[in-house]
Design a binder for this molecule. Structure first.
Ligand SMILES: N[C@@H](CCC(=O)N[C@@H](CSS)C(=O)NCC(=O)O)C(=O)O
Length: 278
């Protein structure tokens, strides 16, 4: 189902996030880096772009088999908007959407700037985020660009409105599938859960029900990386993600580092590992 135009406005960060010292320290930083990776679809142009000060990945996707070469940017950063728009121009693409996976506390989204510089572009974020955008998406919605589309999955836990965009399921869609997980699932990690609206249990459930149920070869593209990784797969994260391979009780304990359950801490000290599944 194609999305309908809702209204035009810039994303607004909730006040509680704007006040965090974390945001203040990160906003002053400059963005410089660039990194690319490619997918295996003949229709899809795919670029992974890096903003090094907030260690953010922005993703450019376009359907180059369509005459207009419609394109979208996922999680653009304000500091690197000029780089991203130059790339769009150089590749002869028509940017139609600027999407966010969630409201970012560590950097300013590039969406507003993109809309100023390219007025035809529509911004997208989840309805559950409580933010403003041209299009407010809900789980199950599809974001179409040419003959390709992204499916919207709700993956709250880092923030209430976090969503994961997954490339379409079908013969004409890129294979393997690609999941843009925002801060829900990072490579060998996950988003912090100590912001307002965060929940370790919810995050654990989101990843297991919405991401780990995708085909095992699905490529994982997170919104950040702090360890030098660029891409992973569902299978790899199910096997090796230290916070999400455990059963629910231990997994939540691992995610929720600041509020560790003393009984689990004692089990760890005694080398007993995780309690049995419940
Ligand atoms: N280790 C990072 C800290 C930056 C940070 O807190 N990142 C957030 C996503 S942006 S709100 C996060 O969820 N990190 C995962 C975590 O485990 O803390 C740094 O080196 O800057």
């Amino acid at each position: 189902m194609p999305l309908q135009f809702v209204r035009s406005s810039l994303f607004a960060l909730p006040r509680n996030l704007l006040r965090t010292p974390f945001l203040v320290t990160k906003l002053r930083l400059q963005a410089m880096g660039s990194y690319t990776a490619s997918s295996q679809s003949s229709k899809l142009i795919f670029r992974q772009l890096f903003e090094k000060e907030s260690s953010t990945y922005t993703y450019l996707l376009a359907d180059v088999s369509h005459p207009d070469k419609p394109a979208l940017l996922i999680d653009p950063v304000d500091k690197t908007v000029d780089r991203d728009l130059s790339l769009v121009k150089e590749l002869g693409l028509k940017l139609i959407y600027a999407l966010n996976t969630h409201v970012h506390a560590d950097h300013v989204t590039g969406t507003g700037l993109i809309k100023t510089k390219s007025p035809g572009v529509k911004s997208i974020i989840s309805k559950a985020s409580g933010s403003k955008a041209d299009l407010l998406v809900e789980p199950g919605d599809k974001v179409s660009f040419g003959d390709l589309f992204l499916e919207v999955r709700a993956t709250p836990g880092h923030t209430l409105g976090c969503i994961t965009y997954v490339t379409g399921d079908g013969p004409d869609q890129p294979q393997p599938r690609m999941a843009f997980t925002g801060d829900a699932l990072l490579i060998r990690g996950c988003g912090r859960t100590d912001f307002q609206g965060g929940s370790s249990l919810q995050l654990y459930k989101s990843v297991h029900s919405q991401i780990f149920t995708l085909p095992k070869d699905t490529l994982i593209y997170p919104a950040h990386d702090y360890k030098g990784f660029s891409v992973s797969t569902v299978e790899e994260e199910m096997l090796y993600n230290p916070r999400l391979t455990k059963n629910q009780l231990c997994g939540v304990h691992k995610i929720n580092k600041d509020k560790q359950d003393p009984s689990l801490r004692n089990r760890e000290k005694e080398g007993l590992g995780c309690p049995p599944l419940f």
